[in-house]
Design a protein around this ligand. Structure first.
Ligand code: SAJ
Length: 423
C-alpha cells in the first residue's frame, strides 16, 4: 500500500523532500499558501533557481498533488512533513507565526496514528511547549518528531539524499517511526536521539558554530587589515595544518535564512531560561558590523582621492546572500545599499540571479554607470569578469567584499583595491 505524505511548505526544504518521496513511490500532497509557487510547480518550473530542483520538478509535476488546503491533504496522509520558514523579526526575535499556522492547519485534518515531522529550524523546547499543544487540539493520537533540515542551497555535492540526518521524537515510538521514515527515503545515516530537545539543539549548534567561526575570521580580518597582513594568505597558511583548523572566510557580511538567523533562536530561548549567550551575541554583532565596515573601506579609499560618498557613482555587485543562488534574505547587500543611499551616493546594483531586484540590466551597464565598485556576492559571473573592462569603463576603486577578485591584476591597472583584510 503506497505511503501517503503531505509536505507543508514547498520552499528550498519542502520541494526536495517532496521530490524524494515521489521518487520513492509515495503518494505526495504538496501544500503551500503561495498560489504563484503552486502554479509554477504545476508547469514544471521550480520557484527556486536551482539546477537540481529544476530537473526534479519537471519529473514530478504530474505526480505531486498540489493544494493550498492543508487539512484536506493531511486527512489523506499518514506522514506530514512541515517545512515552513522560521524567521526572526527586525529585532531578531524568533517569529514562529508561519510554523504555528501550519501546525494549526495540520491539527484540523490529522488522522489517528499519523506521523508529524517538523523540519523547520526551531529552538529547544518548541516541539513540546508549542507544537504538541497545537496538534493535540485534533484529539487524536499522533507521533511527533523533529528532523532538522540540512539542505545547503546550491550544493551539488551534498543533496538531500546523501545528507546524514538526526531525529528526536516526543516519545520513543515517535523517534523510531521518524527514523524509519527517513531511512526509507535517504541513503545516508539517520541518528536517533534520546530527546526531541537534542534534535532541536543539534541544528542550532551546527549553525551557531558556523556563525562564530565566520565572526572569528571577520575580526581577524579587521585586525590584519590594520597591520597590512593579507588574511587570505594567512588562512591558506593555517589551512596547511591537516587537523583542528577549519577555514572560514571574511566577507561583507553574513546573510541567509540559516546562519544569520538560527543563533537568535537559541539566544532568545536561553534568555527565557536565564542564560545570556554573550559569545553568540558578540559573534552576531561582529558579523552584523561587516556591511558598514565594507562601506567604510570605500570611504577611506575615496578620502585618499579627496572624494566623498555624496553623489559618488557606486556599483554594487551582487544582491543574493551567497554565491550562485537567487535568495536575497538577510543579504548584506541590502544593508550596504541602504547605507550608501543614506550617504547620498548614486547606487547601481546588479545581480544575475536577481534581475528584478537589480536597477541596471547587466554587469556592463553597471560598469558604464559606476566609478567605484563594491563586490558583495561572489557569483561566478563576477569572479570570471574581464578585469581589463574595469579600466576601460573608468572604474577607480574596487572594494572586494569576498576577496574573490585578482587584486594584483586590478592594482596593475592603476585601480585602487581593498578586500576584507586583504589589500
Ligand atoms: N559566509 C562568510 N564566510 C564563510 C562562509 C559563509 O562570510 O566562511 C557568509 C556567506 O557569504 C553567506 C552566509 O555567511 O552570506 C551564510 O553562508 P553559508 O555558506 O553558511 O550558507 P547557508 O546560509 O545556505 O548555510 C547552509 C546551512 N545549511 C543548513 O542550515 C541546513 C549551513 O548549516 C551550512 O553549513 C552551509 O549551508 C554550508 O556549509 O554551505
Amino acid at each position: 500500500m503506497k505511503k501517503s505524505v503531505t509536505v507543508v511548505g514547498l520552499g528550498y526544504v519542502g520541494l526536495p523532500v517532496a521530490c524524494l518521496c515521489i521518487e520513492k513511490g509515495m503518494d505526495v500532497y504538496g501544500a503551500d499558501t503561495d498560489k504563484k509557487k503552486i502554479s509554477l510547480i504545476k508547469k514544471g518550473i521550480s520557484p527556486i533557481k536551482d539546477a537540481y530542483l529544476n530537473k526534479e520538478i519537471s519529473k514530478i509535476k504530474n505526480k505531486i498533488k498540489l493544494t493550498d488546503d492543508v487539512p484536506q491533504a493531511v486527512k489523506n496522509s499518514e506522514v506530514v512533513i512541515v517545512c515552513v520558514p522560521t524567521p526572526v523579526d527586525n529585532n531578531h526575535i524568533p517569529d514562529l507565526k508561519p510554523l504555528k499556522e501550519a501546525c494549526d492547519s495540520v491539527s484540523k485534518g490529522i488522522q489517528k496514528n499519523s506521523l508529524v515531522l517538523i523540519e523547520s529550524t526551531i529552538f529547544p523546547g518548541t516541539i513540546e511547549e508549542i507544537i504538541k499543544p497545537i496538534l493535540k487540539k485534533s484529539n487524536v493520537k499522533f507521533f511527533l518528531a523533529h528532523c532538522p533540515e540540512r539542505i545547503d542551497p546550491g550544493n551539488r555535492k551534498f543533496t538531500i539524499k546523501d545528507l546524514p540526518r538526526v531525529v528526536g521524537g516526543i516519545d520513543k515510538e515517535s523517534t523510531k517511526k521518524a527514523a524509519e521514515f527517513y531511512r526509507s527515503i535517504i541513503d545516508a545515516d539517520v541518528l536517533e536521539l534520546s530527546s526531541v530537545k537534542s534534535a532541536e539543539a543539534a541544528k542550532i549548534m551546527e549553525n551557531a558554530f558556523r556563525d562564530i567561526n565566520i565572526a572569528f575570521v571577520n575580526e581577524m580580518a579587521k585586525s590584519f587589515g590594520k597591520a597590512g597582513i593579507d588574511i587570505t594568505e594567512v588562512i591558506k597558511a593555517a589551512s596547511t595544518k591537516p587537523f583542528s583548523f577549519m577555514p572560514h572566510y571574511p566577507g561583507a557580511g553574513v546573510g541567509g535564512h540559516c546562519i544569520a538567523v538560527d543563533p537568535y533562536y537559541l539566544i532568545a530561548k536561553a534568555k527565557q531560561m536565564g542564560f545570556n549567550h554573550e559569545f553568540l551575541i558578540l559573534a552576531r554583532k561582529i558579523n552584523e558590523s561587516m556591511p558598514s565596515y565594507t562601506v567604510e573601506l570605500l570611504e577611506q579609499e575615496l578620502k585618499k582621492i579627496n572624494k566623498r560618498l555624496e553623489n559618488a557613482k557606486v556599483g554594487v555587485l551582487g544582491l543574493a546572500y551567497k554565491a550562485n543562488v537567487d535568495d536575497i534574505r538577510e543579504s548584506p547587500a541590502l544593508k550596504i545599499i541602504s547605507m550608501l543611499t543614506e550617504k547620498k551616493a548614486n547606487v547601481y546594483a546588479y545581480d544575475p540571479y536577481l534581475k528584478d531586484n537589480s536597477n541596471v540590466d547587466s554587469l556592463n551597464e553597471l560598469l558604464e554607470k559606476s566609478d567605484y565598485l563594491i563586490l558583495v556576492t561572489d557569483h561566478k559571473e563576477f569572479k570570471d569578469m574581464d578585469i581589463g573592462k574595469l579600466k576601460e569603463k573608468g572604474i577607480k576603486i574596487v572594494i572586494d567584499g569576498r576577496n574573490c577578485l585578482d587584486k594584483e591584476e586590478i592594482k596593475k591597472l592603476g585601480i585602487a583595491y581593498h578586500g576584507i583584510g586583504s589589500s
